[in-house]
Design a protein around this ligand. Structure first.
Ligand code: SF4
Length: 322
């Protein structure tokens, strides 16, 4: 049941007070609920938040996002306490590629005589990052791949759609892992076509985790920060069809209110049901209550793991030195 505005305000005030008491800062991804984004000290995409996490002066980071993001924040800030409001907040991409599966694939390619580097999307566990040469986000994947020695082959994990898009942009052949995002995978081409008919002058902005059939319809393809900068660069009011998690409309609206934003629906892969507002269920586990509770209890906390050390070298080289 939705909280009344008075209760919501009381919760927000309680969180602000706890934040001071616990010397904490709240980082929120653009895919969490609008009220959490408004309450956060810093918002952004995975790359921006990872870089922001290193600048944080306070001793505790509350990460309103999913597990791999909080883990990355801890990897970059070993001395800080990193709290994640729900340990259940996972990611279908991270689950699609375990360290054992990746190690087996790398071994198979080596046995076949391939000289390759492993480029890993940030949406993975620390164990997988530790087995990688580069970690990328949707914002910097194309740039990183362009800098890789052309004599080397590339194994790209785990998002096949982002990998295919990067292949197309860089003209580099890559071995693609068959993972995908449960949110971006289900955007409906049929509903997008209908919306384009209803709004003939609309622009389509799409996340590169979408399948190629959707990306082929887009006027702009990019991660969430690129989307934000793109809409801000358009001074003339437009209708914009948004093909990413529907919560992204909140920062777009905030930073470029001159436009009208229309979320493109998804169709559930399991039931065929229409999702008018296609949102990540893992991100949805971040609520004002769960943020309040994790600040109160100082848990769940991301604990340092032995594999973080190897992952740290790759993440620092990928995000902070380039
Ligand atoms: S939106 Fe997709 S890629 Fe992002 S956290 Fe959710 S499942 Fe993972």
């Amino acid at each position: 049941m939705a909280e009344s505005p008075a209760n919501t305000q009381a919760l927000v005030e309680e969180i602000k007070q706890l934040k001071e008491e616990q010397d904490a800062v709240i980082l929120a991804h653009y895919y969490v609920d609008a009220q959490i984004q408004d309450l956060a000290d810093l918002t952004g995409d995975s790359l921006k938040l990872a870089r922001d996490a290193v600048q944080v002066q306070r001793s505790t980071i509350v990460f309103a996002g999913v597990h791999f993001m909080a883990e990355t924040a801890k990897i970059l800030n070993p001395e800080k306490r990193v709290l994640l409001p729900s340990l259940e907040a996972g990611c279908s991409l991270a689950e699609s590629c375990t360290a054992e599966q990746l190690a087996a694939k790398q071994e198979e390619l080596r046995r076949q005589g391939h000289d390759f580097v492993t480029v890993t999307y940030v949406n993975t566990t620390a164990e997988v990052k530790a087995l990688s040469d580069w970690v990328v986000t949707s914002s910097n994947a194309v740039d990183v791949v362009r800098r890789i020695d052309p004599k080397k082959k590339i194994l790209f994990v785990p998002d096949q759609h982002l990998g295919r898009y990067v292949m197309q942009e860089t003209k580099r052949e890559m071995f693609l892992w068959p993972g995908s995002c449960i949110v971006h995978e289900i955007f409906s081409l049929q509903h997008l076509a209908k919306l384009k008919e209803q709004h003939p002058n609309a622009l389509v902005i799409a996340h590169p985790e979408c399948p190629k059939s959707i990306l082929d319809q887009a006027d702009m393809i990019g991660g969430t920060e690129k989307m934000r900068r793109f809409v801000m660069s358009l001074t003339e009011p437009k209708t914009i069809l948004v093909v990413t998690d529907a919560n992204m409309i909140h920062p777009l609206q905030k930073h470029a209110p001159q436009h009208q934003y229309v979320p493109v629906p998804g169709v559930s892969a399991e039931t065929g049901a229409l999702c008018e507002l296609n949102r990540c269920p893992h991100m949805g586990l971040n609520t004002l209550e769960s943020i309040r509770d994790c600040l109160k209890r100082g848990a769940p906390e991301i604990q340092w793991q032995p594999c973080f050390e190897a992952a740290q070298k790759v993440v620092v080289r990928s995000f902070l030195e380039h």
